[in-house]
Design a protein around this ligand. Structure first.
Ligand SMILES: [Zn+2]
Length: 454
């Protein structure tokens, strides 16, 4: 919160000069028969002006903030709920060496942001410390891992420092989770329940995570919970639950289970655990970890947001259970904005899902040359011709690929930066800000909106 004091002083000074405190308290209403007048809720006015070239104003009470933090090493989303409750969803920390798994050749790939000397964990940590609202006291009320892949929760490597007493290395999730107090740690449960093919390949990263979780439980009182699919009362506003009843987080999917749309019921099309274990990692029918991703529907009034980790539809013709997007499509509705599934790569974000979601704003957290893909972005445009496309990175290699495939890069609203969605407390409109990620000053480089919510 290095700028918070300066910002607060500025806001106070501006308020004194203009006579406007940035929010409007409606006149008190005297109710007959009651001695004291009822005070109507505080209704903030328009979001403080975010100006290009200036540091993004901090979150204000009542707003919903969704920040895509760009480390260049995977996905990391920082949420601030209307009452100031904080949630970090993923702390991507794939090693730079993991970039070239998909035939990108000698391309330098996506660079670490803002530079290779600042580890992804520090980028995330500094970002949270800057934007964290005072009510959260610098803690993360929730930290969630969408699934057990390094670009979402970190790698294990000897160059990471070890925690002095925890027996784990301080990779992304562990480094952020030891520097900040974590209230609840949410994930899909044990790595082998149900087992993905990745479980057979290596449990190193997961075991490190478990050791961190155990340390956090004893040292910070962190409670680790499995995401209850279908529930809308697991992720809630914890500081001022009565602030608004228009805010809700519905757990749509996790561990291969998907909400049925009825009550809090969920169902799965996955083979049994015994069958999955029989398939192992070499069987063509193996079930990858991406299918196990956590998906959420976040709502504030008329504003709807979808996020689904690395959900996918590939293999649907042979193995229906791998298409985790199909059952999600059945229980979702149009959203104002969404995070692209699986970094907007191939065989994700199916036409079937997008025909339902039809987002007006798409945020793709890319960290490889193969992301985002032309055919995938084209599906978004087909679902909603007006969709604004924001990607956190776009390499020269991918620019050439997209151009060769006839995709107009000019169609994209942003091709680098942290992407911030700020939703008005009424849930009726929202803004999108692109922040310069070349340093850690969080200056605004582009402003979009307000967009109306339906
Ligand atoms: Zn990923």
């Amino acid at each position: 919160m290095r700028y918070q004091g300066i910002t607060c002083a500025f806001v106070l000074l501006a308020a004194l000069l203009s006579g406007c405190g940035g929010e409007k308290r409606l006149p008190s209403v005297v109710v007959p028969g009651k001695e004291k007048p009822e005070v109507t809720p505080v209704v903030p006015e328009e979001t403080p002006d975010a100006k290009v070239g200036e540091v993004l104003p901090l979150w204000s009470e009542g707003y919903l903030d969704i920040h895509s933090i760009n480390t260049g090493r995977g996905e990391s989303y920082f949420y601030i709920f209307p009452d100031g409750t904080t949630m970090l969803l993923d702390a991507g920390g794939a090693l730079p060496g993991e970039v070239h798994d998909y035939g990108e050749g000698n391309s330098p790939g996506v660079p670490s942001k803002p530079n290779k000397d600042i580890p992804a964990a520090d980028v995330i940590l500094h970002y949270i410390q800057h934007f964290s609202p005072e009510v959260s006291k610098g803690a993360l009320d929730y930290m969630m891992v969408s699934h057990y892949h390094s670009d979402h929760f970190g790698s294990v490597n000897s160059f990471f420092p070890s925690h002095p007493s925890g027996g784990f290395v301080l990779n992304s999730v562990a480094a952020v989770g030891t520097a900040l107090k974590v209230g609840k740690l949410l994930d899909r449960g044990e790595f082998d329940d149900p087992p993905s093919s990745d479980w057979f390949s290596s449990t190193t990263n997961y075991n490190n995570y478990v050791k961190f979780a155990k340390w956090a439980a004893t040292s910070q009182g962190t409670v680790r919970e499995k995401v209850r699919v279908g529930a809308n009362d697991q992720i809630v506003m914890v500081h001022k639950p009565s602030a608004t009843d228009a805010f809700e987080v519905r757990n749509l999917a996790a561990g291969g289970y998907v909400w049925t749309g009825t009550g809090t019921e969920s169902a799965t099309r996955l083979p049994s655990t015994a069958e999955l274990k029989k398939m192992g990692s070499s069987d063509a029918g193996q079930c990858g970890e991406n299918v196990m991703s956590v998906a959420l529907h976040v709502r504030l009034g008329a504003f709807d947001w979808f996020t689904g980790g690395d959900c996918q539809y590939n293999g649907r013709s042979t193995y229906a259970y791998k298409d985790i997007e199909a059952p999600i499509a059945k229980v979702m509705k149009k959203v104002e904005a969404m995070k692209a599934n699986h970094h907007c790569t191939a065989n994700t974000n199916s036409a079937e899902l997008l025909a339902v979601l039809r987002p007006d704003v798409l945020v793709a957290s890319s960290w490889r040359d193969v992301q985002p893909r032309a055919e995938t972005m084209t599906r978004f445009i087909k679902a909603n011709s007006e969709v604004k496309i924001f990607t956190t990175n776009l390499t020269d290699n991918n620019k050439a690929t997209l151009a060769s495939q006839g995709f107009d890069i000019g169609r994209m609203s942003a091709i680098s930066g942290h992407i911030v969605l700020r939703v008005h407390p009424s849930g009726s409109r929202f803004w999108v800000y692109v922040l310069d990620d070349s340093d850690e000053s969080y200056k605004v480089s582009k402003v979009f909106g307000p967009y109306n919510c339906q």
